[in-house]
Design a binder for this molecule. Structure first.
Ligand SMILES: C[S@@+](CC[C@H](N)C(=O)[O-])C[C@H]1O[C@@H](n2cnc3c(N)ncnc32)[C@H](O)[C@@H]1O
Length: 280
């Protein structure tokens, strides 16, 4: 599992660019020399994006947590810093348990999260917890996936391949981990309204929800493959002994059908995500 963490850490340029976007919004809102007290990073993965935050802002204490123990073990060993405490915890746990697991002793000035919350089914609980992390006037910046036409292609691959036997109903099976993992683009205006409402139910008073589409270019299809290898949600449904074969079939299909321009593994690869930015 540490090998997967290392692979992720070496290839998460897409997520690091997302982090940079959030950090520049924070700098814009607070000014370049702002100093925060406690800051919380939700779903910190291997911690390299957590450390990127410290390149642009200062704080007394940064609590970075992830529910995946291997990610945290890797972060503690490779991306350590005196200002950061890495902890294993799940953002959808009950608040008291979560607070205990992350050793939160003071309310936070700032909470951020980069490409994690699309995995969390109980978003209302997650938002409630985020609201309770924050001191009055504290702010949060959350970036996560909304949808991508990659999901459409994934759907085609699974339905037309032998792997369908393990993943017979992709939308339903993934609704527990990624609610926007639909084959077709969900209505953006409706989703924005619903997502805003779920933040209000969780206690947020002023929030902005923006859904944007952009293009991201991986220098090579190989880089895209490595990044998505460590976050591929389908492979969990495939028996361990068949996973290498699954990955081979999956990425061959994507190379030919998602990136019609990537004939070879070293050709440039275009990824087209819709992502969500929340700020409060
Ligand atoms: C794509 S990675 C992003 C990691 C990091 N923020 C970055 O930008 O590189 C998503 C991370 O979210 C974590 N995660 C998923 N669900 C979570 C939950 N309920 N609570 C905490 N972490 C979670 C996963 O274990 C994974 O490490």
């Amino acid at each position: 599992m540490i090998a997967v963490a290392k692979l992720y850490n070496d290839t998460n340029d897409f997520q690091r660019k997302g982090g940079a976007k959030i950090f520049s919004m924070i700098q814009h809102d607070f000014g370049p020399s702002a100093k925060f007290g406690t800051v919380v990073d939700i779903g910190c993965g291997t911690g390299n994006v957590t450390l990127d935050f410290l390149n642009s802002s200062q704080c007394d204490q940064l609590i970075a947590f992830d529910k995946n123990k291997s990610m945290i073990e890797f972060a503690r060993e490779i991306n350590k810093s005196d200002e950061v405490n890495y902890e294993v915890a799940d953002i959808s746990d009950n608040f008291d348990e979560l607070k205990y697991n992350i050793k939160l002793s003071k309310k936070a000035d700032l909470v951020f999260s980069v490409y994690c919350l699309h995995w969390v089914q109980n978003k209302t609980k997650a938002f409630e917890n985020i609201n309770r992390f924050l001191k009055p006037g504290g702010k949060c910046y959350l970036l996560f996936m909304y949808w991508s036409d990659l999901y459409m292609c994934d759907n085609e691959f699974i339905l037309s391949s032998k792997w369908k036997k393990y993943i017979p109903n992709i939308d339903e099976m993934l609704s527990t981990s990624a609610p926007f993992h639909k084959a077709s683009l969900p209505n953006i205006a409706d989703s924005t309204k619903k997502l805003k409402e779920s933040m209000e139910i969780a206690g947020f008073t002023k929030c902005e929800v923006t859904i944007k589409q952009e293009k991201y270019f991986f220098e090579e299809f190989n880089h895209f493959m490595l990044d998505f290898h460590s976050v591929c949600p389908y492979v969990n449904f495939v028996p361990a002994s068949e996973r290498n074969e699954f990955f081979k079939d999956y990425f061959d299909f994507l190379r030919k059908n998602y990136n019609t321009g990537s004939k070879n593994v070293d050709d440039i690869c275009e990824f087209r995500p819709h992502f969500l930015e929340y700020s409060k």
